[in-house]
Design a binder for this molecule. Structure first.
Ligand code: IDP
Ligand code: MG
Length: 155
C-alpha cells in the first residue's frame, strides 16, 4: 500500500473575512482528505518573509505580506495519497480568473493576492512549511472509520 503524505494549507485573510472557512474545510473533508492539524494563528512579517521568500524581489512582496497579516489565518495539515497534487488540483491556478472551474480559487475568488488559500507545491516544501506553522504535538495520527474508503484496498 502506498504511503499517505501531508501538505500545509493556509486559509487566507480574504476567506476568513468572507466567512468561507467552512466551505473550504468542507471541500477537503468531502474529498476524503484527513485533517491532522488545524489552528487559527496570526502571521508575522518574519514568518511571511520566509514563507514567501521565492517572491522577495517581486514588486508586490510588501503588499502580499500586509494582506496576509490583515486577520488571523487558518493553518491546516491534510493527509492523503498523492496529497500535494490532489490539493493543488482542488485549489486551482494562482490567478483565480485563469483557474479551472470547480476549483476553490476559480469558484470563490477573482484576484491576487486575495486568492483564498495557500497549498504547498512539493513534498519538500510541505515538510518545511508544516514545521514552520506546527509544533510536533499539534499534529495528530488517528484512525477514522472512513479510512477504508480513502486508504483501503476496497470494501
Ligand atoms: P501559489 O500560491 O499558487 O503557489 P505563488 O507564485 O507561490 O503562487 O505566489 C504566492 C502568492 O502570492 C499567491 O497565492 C498570491 O496570493 C500572491 N501573488 C502571486 N502573484 C501575484 C501578483 O502578481 N500580484 C499580487 N500577488 C500575487
Ligand atoms: Mg506557491
Amino acid at each position: 500500500m502506498a504511503e499517505a503524505q501531508r501538505t500545509l494549507v493556509l486559509i487566507k485573510p480574504d476567506a476568513v473575512q468572507r466567512e468561507l472557512v467552512g466551505e473550504i474545510v468542507g471541500r477537503f473533508e468531502r474529498k476524503g482528505l484527513k485533517t491532522v492539524g488545524m489552528k487559527m494563528t496570526n502571521l508575522d512579517e518574519a514568518t511571511l518573509t520566509e514563507h514567501y521568500g521565492h517572491l522577495k524581489d517581486k514588486p508586490f512582496f510588501g503588499d502580499l505580506k500586509k494582506f496576509m497579516m490583515q486577520t488571523p489565518v487558518i493553518a491546516m495539515v491534510l493527509e492523503g495519497y498523492d496529497i500535494i497534487e490532489v490539493v493543488r488540483v482542488i485549489v486551482g491556478a494562482t490567478n483565480p480568473r485563469k483557474a479551472d472551474a470547480g476549483t476553490i480559487r476559480s469558484d470563490l475568488s477573482m484576484n491576487v493576492p486575495s486568492n483564498i488559500i495557500h497549498a504547498s507545491d512539493s513534498l519538500e516544501a510541505s515538510a518545511t512549511e508544516i514545521k514552520r506553522f506546527f509544533k510536533d504535538d499539534e499534529l495528530f495520527t488517528y484512525e477514522m472509520l472512513t479510512d477504508k474508503f480513502h486508504f483501503g484496498e476496497g470494501v
